[in-house]
Design a protein around this ligand. Structure first.
Ligand code: PMP
Ligand code: GLN
Length: 379
């Protein structure tokens, strides 16, 4: 058959996790915590299953969970949304991103993405018969050059996809960035898709600049988040989308035929945990900042150059003092010979800039961080 996605192979996350297993490497590649979700949350999940909540959930998500998401959005970002018309629970952020793109973008239209871009964006765009227009972020700040965005807008531009805190760099958008974006999309039909899965992981006292804080942007945005990142349970695959009623209605048309609904027991558990322990996500910045700082301290004696990490749970490092080769080749060598799995940046670019950077995940126990750092310090 003629392939619809000629450029797509197996995602780098699966490739590196497979190599990590094969070579018994410390896996600092694919982004997932190697510690457990809160006990009360796991108990709530077991209880929900024991209580017989094992059939389809309401398609848009349980009322209790949508209520909790709406409460959080109001409390944190000062943005009141209706749990009935503006919040949809999805099977992870991945589904929400795909549904948002499929609901809004038509064949022949363009979506602006910023490189390095999370790898699920472009295939979702291409499957609509649309085109991703790639704008590179500045290195090493990974900031957006808004003039380049202005220059890239055409009558076909239908969506701008932003991601803050950014994967893989950890860069965060400022309130000023959001003003720039608002000025660009004003009086256009452009919808903003904002991937905020690391919304609760920002450091050094900074405040996450959700587009939901910006009323003008919130009125034309679909905001996507993931419970997997916040509650250390990436395998449960529960996320959500927040958007104004009209956009949510379009989003739900796709969602209902993509997955219809999301794992019911987990929705019950998240609703209970959010209601009983709302402080969990408020404690997340300090929790991950301690991990970030510990990891950086462990890597200080190595020959890796550490870039700043304002948000997210990834550390970018420059390895050029160790070997002078491309990042994909270096990561292959590192997993086989150095015993550490990392993620190269090249797969997230349309045109890779030839930097010597790779991504290490520090959502790890102290023992894992130490084992990884020990090997990295030997290089
Ligand atoms: N967007 C970004 C930027 C991510 O890093 C991830 C997961 N690592 C996702 C989306 C997907 O989230 P989920 O696992 O909830 O599908
Ligand atoms: N988003 C995770 C990462 O950046 C991986 C998710 C996946 O494997 N699809 O590592």
């Amino acid at each position: 058959i003629e392939t619809k996605l000629p450029k797509v192979g197996t995602t780098i996350f699966s490739v590196m996790s497979h190599l990590a297993l094969q070579h018994k490497a410390v896996n600092l590649g694919q982004g997932f915590p190697d510690f457990e979700p809160p006990e009360a949350l796991r108990d709530a999940l077991s209880r929900a299953m024991a209580d017989g909540l094992n059939q389809y959930a309401p398609g848009i998500g349980t009322a209790a969970l949508r209520e909790q998401i709406a409460l959080k959005t109001g409390r944190l970002y000062g943005h009141e949304v209706s749990p009935d018309s503006d919040v949809t629970v999805t099977s992870g952020a991945t589904e929400a991103l795909f549904a948002a793109i499929a609901a809004v973008v038509r064949a022949g239209e363009e979506v602006i993405v910023f490189d390095p871009a999370y790898d699920s964006y472009e295939p979702a765009i291409e499957l609509q018969g649309a085109r991703a227009v790639h704008i590179p972020l500045a290195v090493p700040s990974f900031s957006i050059d808004w003039q380049r965005v202005r220059d890239a807008i055409t009558p076909r531009t239908r969506m701008i996809l932003i991601n803050s805190p950014h994967n893989p760099s950890g860069a965060v958008l400022s309130a000023q960035d959001l003003d720039e974006l608002a000025a660009i999309v004003r009086d256009t039909p452009i919808v903003v898709l904002s991937d905020e899965v690391y919304e609760h992981i920002v450091y050094d006292g900074a405040e996450h600049q959700s587009v939901l804080r910006h009323p003008e942007l919130a009125a034309r945005s679909i905001v996507v988040s993931s419970f997997g990142k916040t509650y250390h349970c990436t395998g449960w695959k529960v996320g959500y989308a927040v958007a104004p009623a009209k956009l949510s209605a379009e989003f739900r048309k796709v969602h209902q035929y993509l997955t219809f609904c999301t794992f019911h027991p987990a929705q019950v558990a998240f609703a209970q945990f959010l209601a009983s322990t709302p402080e969990h996500y408020l404690e997340l910045p300090a929790f991950y900042q301690a991990k970030r700082d510990r990891f950086r301290q462990l890597l200080a004696p190595s020959r890796l150059k550490l870039l700043d990490v304002p948000g997210g749970y990834f550390q970018l490092v420059d390895y050029s003092a160790i070997r002078n080769e491309g990042d994909v080749a270096f990561c292959e060598w590192l997993v086989k010979e150095g015993g550490v799995a990392a993620i190269p940046l090249t797969p997230f670019y349309e045109k890779a800039p030839g930097t010597h950077l790779l991504r290490l995940c520090f959502a790890k126990s102290d023992a894992t961080m130490q084992a990884g750092a020990e090997r990295l310090c030997k290089l």
